[in-house]
Design a protein around this ligand. Structure first.
Ligand SMILES: [Zn+2]
Length: 306
């Protein structure tokens, strides 16, 4: 079968490899799509890092259950978030997959995993519908946070994003207002919009110093900032404001697929709106990772179809 094999930084090769075999409590899955995650892109550019499985946004159909697989069977459509999803077939342990509801399109299912990250974030902070929230970054995770907050009943969600196409997408998906942080001073803007208090919760979904600073400086007294961006560079923070305003800062690297699935089924969230392209496996480097790296910013979520 064909599989994209990670050889090192910017060296991903589609190779002919042996089909994997399902272990005891695993399933062998014929992959329909595997989404390119921001963390995968980071690993492509900077090297692998712990707790970040490469190719974890896969969905497909079970073709062969392991001998002790429980709760799943042949032909089940599943979301598989283990690893090695950039291949015709993958194996996945039973605790790292969930069933896709009948009638849900593959395209929607393919972006359930990023929504599950947003679900975990929102639950972790316990965002209330009356909270005013700032999301820095309108990439896949930022947009999923937006949809998740909307599903939770949060009315006021401000966003920042430097790429115009992404700002447009955020507006289309219901953001209250979207700002270009290169043109607007975000902390002043947030204060202006919140009677001088600052937002209740800020979510960092970019992974750069400037957006983390925007989040911290836009918060109210005793506000919470969630950090989900993948940072390549070190960040210099002025800690006095952090201390004097008793800020809570939480890092996020988990997901809640059950809650994401509940939202999607109950609220009929059009998650697939973030998918901008579907490419064949053979083009994963050129049209996938390199295209996302080129910073044209026009692509949001790319799905790979083996
Ligand atoms: Zn992901």
């Amino acid at each position: 079968m064909k599989m994209a094999v990670y050889h090192g930084i910017r060296d991903l090769r589609v190779e002919e490899v042996r089909e994997p075999q399902a272990g005891k409590r695993e399933a062998k899955i014929k992959v329909k799509y595997c989404g390119i995650c921001g963390s995968d892109l980071h690993e492509y550019l900077h090297g692998l890092f712990p707790k970040s499985p490469f190719g974890h946004e896969a969905c497909g159909e079970i073709v062969e259950p392991g001998p002790e697989l429980q709760g799943f069977g042949v032909k089940d459509r599943v979301l598989a978030f283990s690893k090695d999803g950039y291949a015709e077939y993958m194996v996945c342990p039973q605790e790292e997959m969930i069933k896709i509801p009948e009638g849900m399109s593959w395209k929607r299912a393919a972006v359930l995993e990023p929504l599950a990250v947003a679900a975990y974030c929102i639950k972790r902070v316990g965002v209330k519908p009356t909270d005013r929230v700032l999301i820095a970054g309108a990439g896949p995770i930022g947009l999923m946070l937006l949809m998740g907050l909307k599903a939770t009943g949060v009315e006021t969600v401000y966003m920042t994003e430097i790429v115009e196409k992404r700002r447009e997408k955020a507006t289309e998906l219901g953001a209250t207002e979207v700002f270009n942080p290169l043109e607007v001073r975000i902390s002043s803007k947030m204060r202006e919009l919140t009677e001088g208090n600052g937002v209740d919760v800020a979510m960092e979904a970019v992974g750069v110093e400037e957006s983390l600073k925007d989040c911290l400086s836009s918060l109210k007294y005793r506000g919470t900032v969630i950090v989900g961006g993948i940072f390549t560079d070190r960040v210099k923070l002025h800690m006095l404001g952090f201390v004097s305003r008793e800020t809570t800062m939480i890092g996020i690297n988990s997901h809640d697929p059950g809650l994401a699935l509940e939202w999607v089924t109950k609220k009929d969230l059009a998650l697939e709106a973030i998918v901008t392209r579907i490419i064949p496996l053979e083009q994963i480097s050129t049209e996938g990772f390199e295209a996302l790296t080129a910073k044209k910013g026009d692509e949001i979520k790319i799905l790979v179809e083996p």
